[in-house]
Each structure stands twice: as C-alpha cells, then as structure tokens.
Write a protein that binds this ligand. Sequence first.
Ligand code: GAP
Length: 461
Amino acid sequence: MIEKNKLEDIISLAKRRGFVYPSSEIYGGLAAIYDLGPYGVELSRNIKDYWLKTMVQERENIVGLDSAIFMSPKVWEASGHVENFSDPLVECKKCQARLRADSLLEEIGIFADEKMNLPEIQDIFSENLDKLKCPHCKSSTFSKLKKFNLLVQSNLGNFTGDLEKDPVYLRGETCQGIYVNYKNVLDTSRVQIPFGIAQIGKAFRNEITARQFIFRTREFEQMEMQYFINPNNMVKEYDDLKNLRWKFYLDIGISEKNLRWHKHENLVFYAKEAFDIEYNYPFGFKELEGIHARGDWDLSRHSEFSGKNLEYTDPKSKEKFMPNVIESSAGVGRTFLALLSDAYVFEDLGEGKSRVVLKLDKKMSPIKIAIFPLLKNKVELVKKARDIFNILKSKYMCEFDDSGNIGKRYRRQDEIGTPYCLTVDFDTLEKGEVTIRHRDSMKQEKISEKEILSYFSSVFN
Ligand code: GAP
C-alpha cells in the first residue's frame, strides 16, 4: 500500500526541522540532488559511524580506504560500466518527459529481464503500448527506446574539448576504488585472504527518473565493503555476510517486519548471485542494500586491462588463484530514509492534542540530550543549565534551548528524535535535582545533579 501522505509528512518534517534541503534551493533547486541540514548531518554521521564500527572496528580482517572520486577512464572500461551501465530511455512525444522504459513496464506488472538487450525491451514495450501512459501527461505516444549510460562525465583535464574521446567520469560506484587498490592494501597491510576493504563515499549516476525524495538521487553516498575470498568458500562467506548485514539494520532500530530479502533472478553484468535487503518505504518494498557475489569479474578484468597480475598466492598452501569478491553495498540516503520512515510516529494525545515524534534508536538520534532552563529570564536557572550543558557536550551531542515554553521545547525535540530532555528548575537550585523527560513515554523523573554523568553513561551504553 502506498502511504503517500506519510512520505509527504516525512519530506515536510525533514525540511522544517533541518534534516534535508533541496540543493541550491534559492535558485529553484537542482533535480534529484539534496543537501543535509544540521540534524541531517548528525543522523547521516551516526549511520556511517555505526557502519564503520561494525564493518571495520569490530572486524580484524576488514580495513578502511578512501579512494578518489576521479579515476582513470580505463577503470570504467574494465569494470564494464562504459558498455553496460545503462537504462532504457524513452521520451514522451507529447510532454517531452524523459522516462525509464523498464519502470513504465513495471507499473503495469511487466518486469524486463536485466539481461535483455534494447531491441527485446523495445518489442515488449511496443506490444503493450496501449496500456502504457506517461506519468506526467497521461499520453501513450512514445519515442523509440535508447540506451542511456548512467555514468556522469566531467571535463577534468580535458583540454581538447573532445569529451567523447577523452572522458573522465565521476565514479558510478565506490567499489571500483577498492578493486584498483586491492594489491596496494594486500602489499602494505597485514591482511590475508579472506579479507575485506570498506569505504564510504560519494557516487554519481545520471538517473533518468529520480523520484521519491532521497531514495533515488543523482549524487549519493555509498557504504561498500568488498570481501576477497577463496572461491571454494563462497557459499559460507556469502551467507555470513548476508547475516551480518541483516543484523546491522536491526541494530540501528529498524523493525524486522519492514525488512525482507529479494533474490535477483536476472543478474546485472558483474554478478554471479545477488540478494537485496528491501525496506518497506512509504511507497512499498524497495532496495535498501545489495549483497552481490561478483565472482572474479572485477579483479580479472582489471588484471586484463591494466596488465598487472592480481592473483593471490596462499602463503601456506602456495595455491594461486584469482580472489572472488562478495560485496555489501548500502546507500547512506536510503538508510536515512528507512530510519525516518520507521521512526516517524503521529500520536494523538487526546483533548485535541497531538505530537509527531521520531522514535529513533538512541544511537541514531542526532541530538542525544537537550538541556533546558525552565525559565529564560531566571539568571540562576540559565547559568546552572549552561554549566550542565558545558559538562555534557564534551561527551554527547547536546542542544541548549531556552526559547518558548517548555511544552514547545519538548515537541521540537520529539520531532528530531532526541531521547532525553534535561530540565533545570527550582528543585535544582533548592534540592540539587534535575528533571529527565523521556521521549517515547513522555514520563518524567527526578535525578540528583550529582548522578547526571553516571545516569547518561548507563542509558547510552
Ligand atoms: N557496487 C554495487 C552497486 O553499486 P547498486 O545496487 O547499483 O550496486 C548499491 O547500488 C546501493 O547504492 C543501493 O542498494 C542503494 O542503497 C544505493 N544507490 C544506488 N543508486 C542510488 C541512487 N540513485 N540514489 C540513492 N542511492 C542509490
């Protein structure tokens, strides 16, 4: 079921509360590109930090990398992206909208095989023309299908002006930076197969249709881990990776009922086997992460195109083989949207009162503790609240707020998912007690000022 209003509510909250802004909004925006506002940056950082913690810090045999966005054009030839990384484009003859032919077919329940070539998709498209409609103007008159490559070209270092001859691309997936550094990492760190290389970074795709807010954008961040294995161990390693990645989403607070596996029957050019973890977004179950068995496709191709031997020699058995790769490829933006969708709750409090609350897992909350003096114009309360804020801010992402009435301050923190509000009131001055208010239950409790640090250390561990 499409919860259209829920998506609109989330988009509105994301804008109103400073999570996500349309890019260059004062100039009318740029389609399918977004900026992160103050709370968006924190949420995104929490996702990435937790990913790094579970994928690198807690793993002895996975190391990090930060490769450049620009790479030799040869990389994209070897990877197969120049030839194969394309979507079937069709134009509406009436309103000139550029559309993905396979997405239009999906709308009427026909799923084009990823291995199908353009003429085959064209045939299916033509056979079903009477059922297909442009989503913008509802016309059924379309151009012939064209292959549209998703790689984004730049003019970096191009002084001839001939981009066809001399293209430099912005990377279409971060993992290519990992493959071309596989040998460097092997030679300069203490890893042995099986081992992984993990990196987080921007990727760029010239998506034909980019809808559904930050779900499909032209610039986005990926969290990718490529695991290099002996091909004989593929089945077990692949299963272990799938389990690890499923657990990640439960650990960041996504409810299991909103997750499911999707096995790809039709595989993209590099994959031997592929599963997606799908999340039940307000517009239905869609891909959140891809877990692919890429075989030796990438290393063999880079070996062939670069002329460098990328084979591995097992130090004990002396067995020589081309490592196989299994990858986990997750989008930061899609995880961000899944978290917002899962956490967004509208609560009717009775007596005409209601609230919107983001019931985020505490690890993910942009602000961990909000600190308020009960009254803005009582100097002693403000000073005491500031002292507490100054102590807590070195340990936790905190916010100090003395504006408006206390109820409004609570509502604002509810909407950005802050798990705890700490209020300094007259009891603080008289009895040394502060009030802690819990986001989900809205219950309040008094604790001694002396206990503040130990209290938060226990609730955040
Ligand atoms: N290295 C493999 C790879 O890139 P993919 O299925 O094309 O595989 C992996 O992308 C993940 O990257 C997706 O599951 C999604 O989370 C994210 N992603 C891909 N295209 C995206 C886009 N246009 N906007 C936002 N996220 C995207």
